[in-house]
Design a protein around this ligand. Structure first.
Ligand code: B12
Ligand code: SF4
Length: 542
């Protein structure tokens, strides 16, 4: 992959937010937590510590979600002192020291907001317990993708460590919580434990495009030690949501909201012009969903490239269908797009249907091979393909068909003296997905299927060296339930046992893919968080 990010020593906040009244409605009675009520009797500035928990073995990259939350709250709640605490590459001792230091600097009441994907949930819980052990009065809030769809399970099991779960986009929910505390029971978007049961409030409003425009991309005071994004690119999100509903995806069916073109350009000017980043990963779920916006945005990015003294490269994630439009591809090329990650996911009709990727798998595969790949390899844009292995019920004929189709794509690439890079993913089940809902309905992982992520994440944390091997070879190798490599019989009883034959099958599949002319396979090993990588990356960035 080309391009290294030059990471600045210090980042600062750049954009000012919009004000808007939320209309939270009347407060209900406050929750029965005498110890937390004591905190507000002291008339002081409140503290909000937003925590990126330890990420060992996962793809390194600080959470853009936490930066968005920090900026949103800091601008709207002047009595709240917001800090970011990055434990991404901290070992247990360093994490304890950092938490102690953060608490020492904080004034009560202290709110601790921890971000959790399914892969980081186990460490997020550990971090929550650490905060509670050092500051029992702190109000600990869990948010992020895992928390959003497992609020009831988490609160039932861990209400001693987690006080509140924020579901979905966290800006308004967290703002309501810190502003209204301790009368927070009516705040939309939160779930909490009260009188021996989980209270789940109605969803909070999503940010509208104008509000997205006002979110900064960096946060003053920094505190970020992890890499700023994956594969030496800084994460940048220009739009939220996705209208589609792929069965495996944790972010499906949410209204798309995009930043305006001038706001994106202001953000990029700040990242490149002020902070010297030269490689940017646009992590919208589905870049180029709207052709007109994409062409306008790319025109403006091209203008920025000409205006700035140093040029920058960017990549994005998109769908096969969006790259059919030649004008879009040309505009992206002219704007300095270095690569597109195509969420192809599978190269057999049967698997595409299972994944809910497209209603018409044959047409999709034809578009890919006859139109999109030829167009991309003739351009300056590199073609990356996300491909899932270990799909349940995978048979040798699936691999044969996949290799045949890859060989055709590789041959097309070679004719233009290019290669296509495959980014292998392991097929896994995440909470909140269509696949998981189907599993719950069928009790596929035993009678407690809806609670399976509790034992699963605990079990997974102890699975070395398989966990490391999976992390090095697959995105999504860790986190969700890798149904295709677990022994089926025990799994039906809710027990997890890696099936060595299945692991061998995916390992062989990887080797076979790597041998296809014109195809290379990406290796994740160098980009995983491990204790101390932050220092190595800082040196690299310097
Ligand atoms: C950029 C990105 C990354 C980056 C940055 C990760 C990060 N922590 O942000 C990198 C490349 C490092 C990465 C790594 C991984 N990722 Co990733 N990634 C994304 C992506 C494409 C965009 C995330 C983003 O910035 N969104 C925009 C921001 C504004 O939204 P947000 O992060 O969700 O945050 C909002 C809310 O979730 C909430 N919130 C989040 N945290 C908190 C905390 C509190 C206290 C509160 C109140 C609210 C709150 O409020 C935020 C603002 O509205 C998403 C897809 C998606 N659309 O979310 C996948 C996604 C988050 N990744 C996913 C996965 C699986 C991974 C990996 C496990 C891959 C791997 N095998 O290593 C790792 C795990 C990293 C980790 N932290 O656990 C899955 C998570 C699914 C799940 N149930 O867990 C997603 C959803 C992809 C998918 N479609 O399935 N990823
Ligand atoms: S996989 Fe991509 S296209 Fe499908 S629902 Fe998720 S974000 Fe949308």
């Amino acid at each position: 992959m080309s391009g290294r990010v030059r990471r600045p020593e210090r980042v600062e906040c750049s954009v000012h937010g919009q004000r808007r009244s939320v209309g939270l409605g009347p407060s209900l009675r406050s929750p029965q937590r005498p110890e937390t009520r004591v905190l507000v009797t002291r008339k002081q500035r409140k503290s909000l510590i937003l925590v990126h928990p330890p990420q060992q073995g996962l793809l390194e990259g600080f959470s853009a979600g936490l930066i968005a939350l920090a900026n949103f709250i800091q601008r709207r709640a002047e009595d709240v002192e917001v800090t970011l605490l990055d434990l991404g590459t901290a070992g247990p001792e360093a994490a304890t020291t950092a938490v102690r230091d953060a608490l020492r600097r904080a004034s009560e009441p202290v709110f601790v907001g921890i971000s959790a994907t399914t892969a980081s949930y186990f460490e997020a819980l550990r971090t929550a317990r650490l905060f509670k052990s050092l500051a029992p009065h702190a109000v600990v809030v869990l948010g992020g993708h895992h928390a959003s769809s497992q609020d009831d399970v988490i609160l039932e099991r861990h209400h001693g460590a987690i006080d509140v779960v924020v579901r979905g986009e966290g800006e308004y929910a967290l703002l309501g919580l810190v502003q209204r505390f301790p009368e927070f029971a009516a705040v939309p978007g939160i779930s909490f434990w009260r009188d021996g049961a989980v209270e789940r409030n109605s969803p909070a409003p999503l940010l509208d495009p104008m509000e997205l425009d006002g979110l900064g991309v960096t946060f003053r005071g920094g505190g970020i030690r992890s890499a700023p994004g994956k594969f030496d690119h800084i994460t940048y999100v220009s739009a939220r949501g996705c209208p589609l509903a792929c069965h495996f995806c944790a972010v499906a069916s949410e209204a798309v909201r995009s930043k305006s073109v001038p706001a994106v350009i202001a953000d990029l000017r700040h990242l490149v012009g002020d902070l010297d980043f030269t490689s940017i990963a646009i992590e919208d779920n589905f870049f180029a969903q709207n052709a007109a916006r994409t062409i306008a945005l790319c025109g403006a990015i091209g203008g920025l490239q000409r205006e700035l003294s140093s040029s920058f490269r960017w990549d994005c994630q998109t769908r096969v269908e969006s790259m059919v439009n030649a004008d879009v591809v040309r505009a992206m090329e002219r704007a300095g797009c270095e690569a597109v990650y195509l969420g192809v996911e599978a190269l057999t009709e049967e698997h595409l249907a299972y994944l809910g990727k497209t209603r018409n798998p044959s047409r999709y595969l034809k578009l890919l091979a006859d139109d999109v790949v030829p167009k991309l390899v003739r351009s300056d844009i590199d073609c990356y393909i996300n491909l899932q292995l270990g799909i349940p019920g995978e048979r040798p004929e699936h691999l044969d068909a996949t290799l045949r189709r890859l060989a055709r794509l590789g041959a097309i690439a070679l004719r233009s003296r290019k290669t296509i890079t495959v980014f292998p993913q392991l097929h896994v089940l995440y909470p909140g997905t269509h696949h998981f809902a189907t599993a719950v309905n069928a009790n596929r992982f035993g009678p407690n299927t809806s609670r399976v992520f509790e034992p699963f994440t605990e079990w997974e944390a102890a699975q070395e060296p398989v966990r490391t091997w999976l992390g090095e070879h697959f995105a999504h190798g860790t986190g969700g339930i890798p149904e295709g490599i677990l022994a089926p019989e025990p799994l039906r009883r809710g027990e997890f046992r890696v099936e060595p034959d299945a692991v061998l099958r995916v390992a062989n599949a990887l080797t076979a893919i790597e041998r296809v002319p014109g195809i290379s396979v990406f290796h994740y090993g160098a980009f995983l968080a491990s204790v101390g990588t932050a220092d190595a990356r800082s040196a690299l960035a310097g």
